[in-house]
Design a protein around this ligand. Structure first.
Ligand SMILES: Nc1nc2c(ncn2[C@@H]2O[C@H](COP(=O)(O)OP(=O)(O)OP(=O)(O)O)[C@@H](O)[C@H]2O)c(=O)[nH]1
Length: 350
């Protein structure tokens, strides 16, 4: 059997990975793609956003980040996919892995070299990194994961260039070229990019990865939870409200996530007022937030999401017959006052 090509889609929180993937999956083409979605926290909001006809080809991995706590799960998921393909239960030509926004792509890529069974069935086609033109400056200054994502890229796509000036885009491109001279850089508007510019790039270059990470092929680097280069794992701690199969991070993280749920519908006006206020005050510390909302006055899901001060919402699909209407919101940020958020959201209910 020929090796299954794998594309690793990475990029910091809110950089446009799901937007690109959604475009890719909905584009008419003959390719059958299996998707591994890794989202942080136990709520997988992206699965509501990624509406495709082939839902069964999307595997969720949302009990941690694949670059550390659930590397074993990634291995198991890849083995399961390969086995199903072998046995004719699943038909796909390639795999796309969407990592969490805080993933270090290094350890994810290592899995394809360090595990013999995976190495014998899959081959990395390329690592694609999305860079948010509006927020990248600060993310690259402050976040090691963001820098590693750029360093490991075989192809860089700049999202949100529509929100900045041409000079800002040029300056960012210049900075990215310095960080990674090998990866071609191009702007994509809301993930609009031709399929052949994303898949089958055959861009993965092991030698280049070894330049960044001389320990890339070393066993302990692959299995240790402490990342190479003294990079500490900055992932949002899991603060689940209910059972999570013992997958808590115990790192001293500054980035944390929490989830808000409610069965009562939101009042749209109250919620908008509250969110605007909260974004004004805490926006710089709100790295990423998103949710599927049960809103008074509509039978459709409301998908809301944002990055720092940039917030937006969309009408999603209708709630299915018999589906429980529960709002779920995830906030990922630096020292966010959970009580204030919780209280304000309660007060925004209808
Ligand atoms: N203005 C603008 N917004 C964009 C563009 N691409 C994506 N977005 C928006 O940016 C937000 C985040 O996009 P996602 O695709 O969800 O980002 P992500 O990288 O999957 O986010 P996480 O997985 O949560 O880290 C969404 O509101 C998108 O609509 C773009 O080119 N221009």
């Amino acid at each position: 059997m020929s090796l299954i090509p794998v594309t690793i889609l990475t990029g910091f929180l809110g950089s446009g990975k799901t937007t690109l993937l959604k475009r890719l999956l909905s584009e008419a083409h003959g390719q059958k793609i299996a998707v591994i979605e890794n989202e942080f926290g136990e709520e997988n909001i992206d699965s509501d956003i990624l509406v495709t006809e082939s839902k069964e080809q999307i595997l969720q991995m949302s009990n941690g980040c694949i670059c550390c706590t659930i590397r074993e799960d990634l291995r198991a998921t890849l083995q399961l996919l390969a086995a199903k393909k072998r046995e004719g239960q699943l038909d796909f030509d390639r795999i796309v892995i969407e990592t969490t926004g805080v993933a270090d792509p290094g350890p994810v890529a290592q899995t394809f070299f360090m595990d013999e069974e995976i190495a014998a069935t899959c081959l990395i086609d390329s690592i694609i990194t999305l860079v948010d033109a509006k927020h990248a400056g600060r993310q690259l200054d402050e976040r090691q994961e963001a820098r590693r994502q750029v360093g490991f890229a075989d192809q860089i796509f700049l999202s949100k260039t529509d929100l900045v000036s041409a000079e800002e885009t040029d300056a960012l491109t210049h900075r990215l070229k310095h960080m990674n001279p090998r990866a071609p850089i191009r702007a994509v508007h809301f993930g609009a990019v031709a399929l052949e510019e994303v898949l089958d790039l055959r861009g993965f270059n092991l030698n280049a990865k070894l330049d960044i990470d001389p320990d890339f092929l070393k066993e302990e680097a692959a299995h240790g939870h402490d990342h190479a280069h003294g990079a500490h794992c900055d992932h949002p701690a899991h603060q689940h409200d209910h059972g999570d199969q013992g997958r808590h991070h115990h790192h001293d993280d500054d980035v944390k996530s929490f989830v808000y749920r409610s069965q009562r519908p939101f009042d749209p006006v109250k919620l908008e007022d509250f969110l605007e206020a909260i974004v004004n005050i805490y926006g710089p510390r709100m790295l990423r937030y998103k949710g599927v909302l049960h809103m008074r006055g509509t039978d459709r899901k409301v998908i809301f999401q944002g990055v720092h001060q940039l917030m937006g919402s969309d009408l999603g699909p209708p709630w299915a017959d018999g589906e429980e209407r529960i709002s779920k919101m995830v906030f990922i940020g630096l020292d966010l006052p959970r009580d204030i958020f919780q209280q304000g959201l309660e007060q925004s209910l209808a």
